[in-house]
Design a protein around this ligand. Sequence first.
Ligand code: NAD
Ligand code: TYD
Length: 347
Amino acid sequence: MKILITGGAGFIGSHVVRRFVLNYPQYEIINLDKLTYAGNLENLQDIESKENYRFIKGDIVDREFIDGLFEREQFDCVIHLAAESHVDRSISNPLEFVYTNVVGTVNLIHAFKTHRKNPEGFFYHVSTDEVYGELSDEGKFTETTPYSPNSPYSASKASSDHFVRAYHETYGLPVKLSNCSNNYGSHHFPEKLIPLFINNIRNRKPLPVYGTGDNVRDWLFVEDHAAAIDVIFHKGGAGETYNIGGNNEWKNIDLVRLMCKLMDQKLGRPEGDSEKLITFVKDRAGHDFRYAIDSSKLMNELGWEPSLQFEEGLSKTIDWYFENEQWLEHVTSGAYLEYYKQQYEQR
Ligand code: NAD
Ligand code: TYD
């Protein structure tokens, strides 16, 4: 079976590619990635010489290129992760999100529909719980929660989800979808909360907590997300959506305090030392208050469950960043630093 994985050089994509390449030597895995600021082939150094793996650099928005690729390669299945993924960037540059997340997705699924030969093959679209909007203190998102995206990022992902479902309804194309909560783990670009704060605590830089820090996120270890994608890919029903979450809700401020505590212990700093770095800054525009996922469909029907307790996963993640300073140095040079200035210097 020949599987195209898009966005495989990114954070979650690299974990999915590694899992499929190592666990399924009988599959041919092709990783298609544009290598934006968020895509880094260093994430895949350990598997790049495997016989069942190939990398192709390319943009999913490029219609001619994508059409030619699908015609030539005749992929059996697609796992689509390529996206612009950072909410703050979507606030400053929404159009980039429309191109990659909406136009790119339609471009891909259209080429898949046009050139596919294997009737068993399907298009698996990886999405986010942010499409459901925000929750108050009560309740959780289920697969039937109405879409109500609030940020340009979540609006673009919601639109892509609708297109994927529309290809199923209109053309009978076999598709699968999953909507996952916030991920954390190794190889995470240091602009999202957890990797940014690990980097800042380490370098004694301020920890910019948006607003009051009372917003809540449901955190899932990235390898558990990759395991869920594996189980949905192999056992999920055609046309079905599955929610994936960690059942692990944290107020941002409590999470930041836990990170400070763990890192003070690991760095041999006095208790409470890193908490002094916490700085409350202007809130994010349209900041969703709370996300929480009900994953019971995935757990009951397909038997998936998260494997790690949060403190253990967070501790492993911090250790990975300590052990991979070079990785961090590479991604924090140049473009990333400029972006950092633009986001935080005026705040
Ligand atoms: P990421 O930003 O780390 O990686 C995205 C990858 O896509 C990068 O390698 C980038 O180079 C590539 N890419 C971007 N534009 C492209 C284009 N036009 N053509 C080809 N490749 C392109 O993102 P991530 O956090 O790994 O997220 C992967 C997917 O999972 C996204 O679809 C995202 O919406 C979804 N998701 C993420 C989270 C999360 O917490 N990070 C949670 C739920 C769902
Ligand atoms: P983030 O990691 O950007 O993920 P998302 O916005 O997709 O949930 O942010 C997680 C939470 O942390 C979110 O409530 C915004 C908040 N946050 C901060 O308080 N400070 C920061 O510097 C960042 C990047 C995020």
